[in-house]
Design a protein around this ligand. Structure first.
Ligand SMILES: Nc1ncnc2c1ncn2[C@@H]1O[C@H](COP(=O)(O)OP(=O)(O)OP(=O)(O)O)[C@@H](O)[C@H]1O
Length: 730
């Protein structure tokens, strides 16, 4: 049986080709099963380091590079390039099999030899005092992790991480992954488990999306009878997609930019396509590590596992906001072209779902009080009327973080409740006063027929619990889990019966921006032993990641499960320019500099819609959009009154959550604005809440900065935000 593999690089290069050339590439490889027998015109090259690497004519100027062994029926599309570049690439490269994972790796022999000679010459000319980067790892361990003897002379001379990064291009990718893990401080045993074993475990995956994208059928698994190349291709998931036929080739090539549909990293695939979890499971990881991608694939996997008679919308895929839910819906369409299969998954944000449950129960629409300012003002008025000495902010926080969070329904329950997480102790008398204020506040809402969002969630959970019986969903998949309030968790818990594959969560507590802290265990959701961390960032360059991570260094962040989170070991798959920081003396000057930068970006072929601008408050965003429009650059303010929807996307930092942009500017990062003075509880009111609020503001800046793919610019006018002190030394 002929097998065709597509290397990730091939798809990336294909994506950048003009449409007619793409069409031609498609024609050349379409019906590859028949062609192979008829003999694809694969040309051998003289002087090639690897005689199995051949080229094929696409058109006058472009050639494909293909790995095609002498015997056997399989071939692998490696590159598609301009004629001379393709020949040059093809003669210098060699395909080998990694000794640990048995997957295919590619190496540029010529560059590798040159780099090795270079470091050796340098080391003998100027021997340094410092220990080499991998002095602590034995040859035996390196070999066990798949580092081959040929590479050791180079690796043993690497002096630091920057040196390793500089060698990235000449190292075979799997071996680089191993070395990057060791350089980040991981023990060889951890690298074995997280980098090598995940790959080995997938030698015979039960099913994989790359094989089922078009057919949704089961994947052929490599067997001993197939030739070595096809087995090695199957062991290279994450880099090579196996294609089962012409339809599947068409499907993959139809959306080449969306590589996440096809190429999951083994660590992502392992989580998403695990046949079953005994109970709630979750994926964690820093920004851009593909948590949303994994959540989408998990939903797909669960949909495929449903029994044939399962009704539509048996699975819920949910998240925090309506905008994020809309993004998930769009991406699900890309991942699952089959509309019938897609119909098994309902995508809706938690609040909208809660609203629907309560609305249907009452038979009437609900009036929701959405504006936080109005809610605080009501608390202030009630405190005055009752003559109690609490601020509106304090009462609102006590209601949300203690009473609603623990679902306290009586003054007795509140009197006994733990208030851990709150910084001001409250004796019985004070608690009685708070309870009176809460009764007055909720009574007023009830009489006006009004609700807050959290009340709606609490009510929806209560309705489901009281109904008992069958739960509305078989599986619930949750993205941006770090921001959900305990009330929302109680609703999610009530939506699905406890059992295998009930809940699947994706989240990152470093990105918590709404101050909703939870302990999953206390909510009856135990993920112990079913939590996996992703470490490779696919969005942001290493330079932007290092800079942004420094903002949060030293902060203690919980992991929602009784432990602490850590940012160690994260790394990016790309490199680029370091972030720029720019201070100005006035707002006018800052805006002029920002507009000039955006104009520069658009001059180097970045489309306006690939540029994002994040600000802490919307008015500044409107001013920036206005300044851009005046300079002739189209701009849209996200979430504002309907505009054209084109151009540079300008929005609040909150609104940027979950989005990404090729070039990102974070503007107005001034003292007093970031953190926003009004959003921070005074230390005298509640010292613990004060710290939590500061942390949420810091996370907000972190979220905004990590939306950048290639370029990040952070600017301010007047005094810079004190948060920037943490990165000033970088
Ligand atoms: N295996 C992959 N191959 C190629 N691209 C990937 C892969 N995994 C993720 N990506 C891409 O990386 C980017 C980040 O992915 P995603 O949004 O899922 O990350 P995330 O962890 O949810 O990020 P955040 O927490 O910052 O919102 C997206 O553009 C996604 O398409």
């Amino acid at each position: 049986m002929a097998a065709l593999g597509i290397h990730k690089d091939f798809l990336m290069e294909f994506a950048r080709l003009e449409k007619p050339v793409q069409k031609r590439v498609h024609e050349v490889f379409d019906k590859f099963q028949e062609h192979r027998h008829a003999g694809l015109h694969l040309e051998k090259l003289e002087r090639a380091r690897d005689p199995r690497i051949r080229t094929i004519r696409i058109n006058q100027s472009m050639r494909g590079v293909v790995l095609a062994p002498e015997s056997g029926d399989s071939f692998l599309l490696l590159k598609v390039m301009r004629h001379d570049d393709a020949i040059d690439w093809a003669v210098k490269h060699r395909a080998t099999v990694n000794s640990a994972t048995q997957g295919i790796e590619l190496r540029n022999d010529v560059a590798l030899e040159r780099a090795t000679a270079g470091v050796q010459a340098l080391a003998s000319a100027a021997p340094g005092d410092a220990a080499p980067l991998f002095a602590h790892v034995s040859d035996k361990d390196l070999t066990r992790l798949g580092i081959d003897a040929e590479l050791l002379p180079l690796i043993r001379h690497l002096s630091d991480e920057a040196h390793l990064d500089a060698s990235h291009k000449v190292l075979p990718e799997q071996q680089y992954d191993v070395l990057a893990g060791l350089a980040a401080g991981m023990e060889p045993e951890d690298v074995w488990r997280e980098v090598v074993l995940v790959q080995l475990e997938q030698v015979s995956p039960p099913t994989s999306p790359q094989l089922t994208i078009a057919s949704n059928g089961d994947a052929p698994t490599p067997s001993a009878g197939q030739d070595g190349l096809s087995a090695a291709m199957a062991r290279s998931q994450g880099r090579i997609a196996l294609v089962s036929g012409s339809d599947e080739l068409t499907e993959i090539l139809s959306r080449p930019f969306d590589a996440w549909r096809v190429f999951l990293h083994p660590s992502q695939r392992k989580v998403a396509y695990r046949p079953s979890y005994k109970g709630p499971a979750r994926v964690i990881g820093g920004p851009g590590t593909g948590k949303t991608v994994v959540a989408l694939h998990r939903a797909f996997h669960l949909a495929r596992q449903l029994p044939a008679d399962a009704p539509d919308e048996s699975i819920l895929l949910t998240t925090f906001t309506r905008d994020l839910a809309a993004d998930l819906r769009g991406n699900l369409e890309l991942l699952i072209p089959d509309a019938q299969m897609r119909a098994k998954i309902r995508v809706v944000n938690v609040d909208a779902l809660a609203n629907q449950i309560v609305r249907e129960d009452r038979g009437a629409p609900l009036a929701i009080v959405t504006r936080q300012k109005e809610i605080t003002a009501r608390w202030e008025r009630i405190a005055r009327q009752l003559g109690v000495d609490f601020t509106g902010v304090f009462l609102d926080q006590e209601w949300r973080h203690v009473i609603l969070a623990q679902d306290l329904r009586s003054p007795e329950a509140y009197l006994k409740a733990s208030r851990s997480g709150r910084g001001t102790p409250l004796g019985p008398l004070k608690r009685a006063q708070v309870w009176r204020a809460i009764e007055a506040f909720t009574k007023e809402l009830r009489q006006a027929g009004e609700w807050t969002f959290l009340q709606v969630c609490a009510e929806a959970a209560r309705i489901l619990e009281e109904q008992g019986g069958e739960r509305p969903y078989r599986h619930v998949v949750i993205d941006e889990a770090q921001d959900l309030h305990p009330t929302q968790w109680r609703l999610l818990r009530a939506l699905v019966a406890p059992g295998p594959d009930d809940l699947f969560l994706a989240g990152d507590t470093y990105q918590r921006i709404y101050g909703n802290k939870v302990s999953l265990r206390s909510l009856g959701i135990s993920v112990t032993g079913r939590s996996t961390r992703l470490r490779i960032n696919y969005r942001t360059t290493q330079e932007i990641l290092t800079w942004s991570t420094a903002l949060l260094t030293g902060e203690r962040i919980d992991d929602m499960d009784g432990g602490d989170e850590s940012l160690t070991g994260y790394r990016s798959a790309f490199h680029g320019a370091p972030p720029q920081t720019q201070g100005s003396s006035s707002k006018t000057e800052e805006l002029a500099g920002l507009v000039a930068q955006i104009e520069d970006w658009t001059r180097v072929e970045v489309s306006p819609h690939e540029i994002g601008v994040a600000v802490r408050y919307i008015q500044l965003g409107k001013d920036i959009a206005h300044a851009l429009e005046q300079a002739g650059v189209p701009a849209t303010v996200l979430g504002a009154a309907p505009g054209t929807g084109d151009g540079v996307r300008v929005g609040t930092m909150h609104r940027m959550k979950g989005l990404e942009f090729r070039c990102m500017a974070v503007a107005g990062v001034n003292d007093g604005v970031v953190p926003m003075r009004g959003a921070i509880t005074a230390e005298e009111v509640d010292p613990q809440q004060h710290r939590e609020d500061l942390l949420a503001e810091l996370s907000l800046l972190f979220v905004a900065c990590t939306r950048a793919r290639d370029a990040l610019r952070v600017s301010w006018h007047g005094d810079p935000s004190p948060f920037l002190n943490m990165v000033a030394a970088l």
